[in-house]
Design a protein around this ligand. Structure first.
Ligand code: GUN
Length: 294
């Protein structure tokens, strides 16, 4: 069994992006600029957004963080989105999800200019993704595709089972794995809360991607010998022995599953850092460097 070191792979990608930023700077061109909007004070969202800002600093990207109260009116948040759309200096931006329940997430996402939608959540980008047209891909699934590519994992003709059908991860992941691309060319099964015989599907997977947000859901008996397992879950479980009061757990019971796999991503240090590498790659593309190959 080999652990897929997403942290190390993401660091190499960020170094490549950093070199590209230096080239851009040296030629006197505008430095790519990513903005993030953080609504309220959800601790997990704060952590993710801070990690995104830190990655910008590390690679030399310009970054702007816009924080608002959780009570902000939807119309005011739409106003911030429009300002960012119109700001010529900003190449791409994200609105960190989830948003408070009084705000309609779809309305906010649809207001983002597709050209600046570095999360790849806008219907225009999602539609182009389905049609295999050039677009900004959702950052987490894109980061996982980068992992397959970087690790030389052959996905063609394999049975890929995706657990969870969220718009952010599960659904786009199932599309990308089924596309006529490399990585890709899988036979895909998308499982969800209403799937019957879910364990049987899991056991038939050559590649199992767990993205349902249920801590340690995938156990040893659900995984085929030699499978590749990608754990997208980042769950906080109470742990009084930790200074923070919690420990991070994936959607996979790592200790049971790892011995059966050919490859597995850990939590933390697997998919999480790749999401950031993919987000910055998208920002580079949104800044006009469309052919950037990482
Ligand atoms: N919340 C969880 N994952 C993501 C992500 O990739 N982008 C945004 N904007 N919010 C998220």
């Amino acid at each position: 069994m080999k652990i897929i070191d997403g942290k190390k792979i993401s660091e190499v990608i960020l170094e490549d992006l950093g070199r590209k930023v230096t080239e851009i700077k040296n030629s006197g061109d505008k430095i790519p600029h990513l903005a993030a909007v953080l609504v309220g004070n959800n601790p997990a969202s704060e952590t993710y957004v801070n990690a995104k800002v830190k990655a910008c600093e590390k690679t030399g990207f310009q970054s702007t963080l816009k924080k608002t109260e959780g009570t902000i009116a939807e119309s005011d948040l739409l106003g911030i989105v429009r300002e960012l759309n119109d700001d010529q200096d900003i190449d791409g931006f994200i609105v960190q999800l989830p948003l408070p329940s009084h705000i309609n997430e779809h309305r906010i996402i649809e207001a983002i200019s597709p050209a600046k939608d570095v999360d790849g959540f806008h219907p225009v980008n999602q539609g182009k993704m389905v049609l295999n047209l050039p677009c900004l891909l959702p950052a987490t699934p894109y980061g996982i595709m980068m992992l397959f590519e970087n690790c030389g994992i052959d996905t063609s003709g394999k049975h890929c089972v995706v657990l969870g059908r969220s718009h952010i991860v599960g659904t786009p992941m199932s599309i990308l794995m089924g596309r006529k691309t490399s990585p890709g060319n899988c036979t895909v099964t998308l499982c969800h809360s209403k799937t019957k015989n879910l364990e049987d599907f899991c056991r038939s997977a050559d590649i199992l991607i767990a993205a349902m947000g249920i801590p340690e859901f995938v156990t040893g008996s659900m995984v085929k010998e030699g499978a590749v397992v990608i754990d997208v879950g980042i769950n906080r479980l109470p742990d009084p022995s930790k200074k923070s009061g919690y420990r991070l757990a994936g959607d996979v019971k790592f200790d049971e599953v790892a011995p059966k796999c050919s490859r597995i991503t850990p939590v933390p240090g697997g998919v999480g850092p790749m999401t950031i590498a993919a987000l910055l790659t998208n920002t580079m593309k949104a800044a006009g460097y469309k052919d950037i190959k990482i």
